[in-house]
Write a protein that binds this ligand. Structure first.
Ligand code: CP
Length: 324
């Protein structure tokens, strides 16, 4: 399977076979990293990392990953580049791909903007374009999540129950791309996906339609409920996290007032008791401890957050090594 030159903007753009090949490559590189075996498969290659938003895991997994693969990653803050003066995605895509071998972009804070922006860059760039999180999907996070789930439950996920739930957080309107990415990807692997949220926290139509279609085509199921408890009942995997109200990302104070009605949407030990005995708790991080989740759960026996975060490195490397 030759994936050289391919963009990775949404998991929806790749076949299941291609996604599994990427997970296999990620597992191979994870083992080599742990065994101290050099794997300089991208020697002298450059990946440009453009950030419109903050990051810990994504930036550092891409930067460390490029170094370990023998290449280099440049960090570009969109606010201190000519993007801030309005330089077009077309010009940037053409020019940066003439300097290097990949362009990775995080543009996730404004619904309707980030995915369109990176697809415009990809249309003109001669190098692969990587989505480090947009308004629609967070595909590298999804691949790390799927890798983690397969490490724990095995490759056959048919019938495994995952609860993707909204949770309260007072900090800021977090993108919708993680729950959207989860409902799109996990339905492709035959899982029974339950999405739970208060009425105001609906997701975008595109990912919802894709999740329904994926479930129908892959023998899984997809349903929406309005209670975290209901979603957690008998779940194998729970993934509770906060996200913003689609129509209020530009009115944060108004959105915050609405969210206060739902402070009880917290993942605590009582809610974990509803899940299966060997269930796992996942979160892409950063988590709002004490709001989205209690310390007892995130630091407790169900939590796999550090394995999940570590897999961001291995999946970033796997996909870059196959495509760049
Ligand atoms: N999960 C995730 O994308 O983390 P960062 O925002 O720190 O990159």
């Amino acid at each position: 399977m030759n994936l050289k030159g391919r963009d990775f903007i949404s998991t929806q753009d790749w076949t299941k076979e291609e996604l599994i090949a990427a997970l296999d490559k990620s597992a191979e590189l994870k083992q080599k990293f742990k065994d101290g075996i050099p794997h300089r498969e991208l020697q002298d290659k450059t990946n440009f990392l453009i950030f419109f938003d903050k990051s810990t895991r994504t930036r550092n997994s891409f930067e460390a990953g490029m170094t370990q693969l023998g290449g280099h990653a440049h960090f570009i803050d969109s606010g201190t580049s000519q993007i801030a003066h309005g330089e077009s995605p077309k010009d940037m895509g053409i020019i940066l791909s003439s300097y290097g071998h990949g362009i990775a972009i995080r543009h996730d804070l404004v619904p309707g903007e980030g995915n369109t922006y990176m697809r415009e860059v990809a249309k003109h760039a001669s190098a692969p374009v990587y989505n480090m999180q947009c308004d629609v999907d967070h595909p590298f996070q999804m691949m790390a999540d799927l890798m983690t789930i397969r490490e724990i439950f095995g490759d056959n996920l048919q019938g495994k129950k995952i609860a993707v739930s909204w949770a309260y957080a007072p900090s800021y309107a977090k993108p919708m791309s993680v729950p959207q990415g989860l409902i799109m990807l996990m339905t492709r692997f035959g899982m029974d996906v339950t999405l739970a949220h208060p009425p105001e926290y609906t997701l975008m139509d595109g990912p919802m339609t894709a999740a329904k279609k994926n479930a129908a085509e892959n023998g899984g199921s997809f349903r929406v409920v309005d209670s975290m408890d209901e979603a957690f009942k008998d779940a194998d995997i729970v993934y509770p996290k906060s996200w913003g109200i689609q129509s209020l990302f530009h009115k944060p104070e108004e959105a915050l007032e609405i969210s206060k009605k739902y402070k009880h949407w917290i993942c605590d030990e009582e809610k974990m008791k509803l899940t299966k005995k060997n269930s796992i708790y996942m979160h892409c991080l950063p988590a709002d401890r004490g709001y989205e989740v209690t310390d007892a759960v995130i630091d407790g026996p169900h939590s796999v957050i550090y394995q999940e975060a570590e897999n961001r490195l291995h999946t970033a490397k796997g996909i870059m090594a196959l495509t760049m």
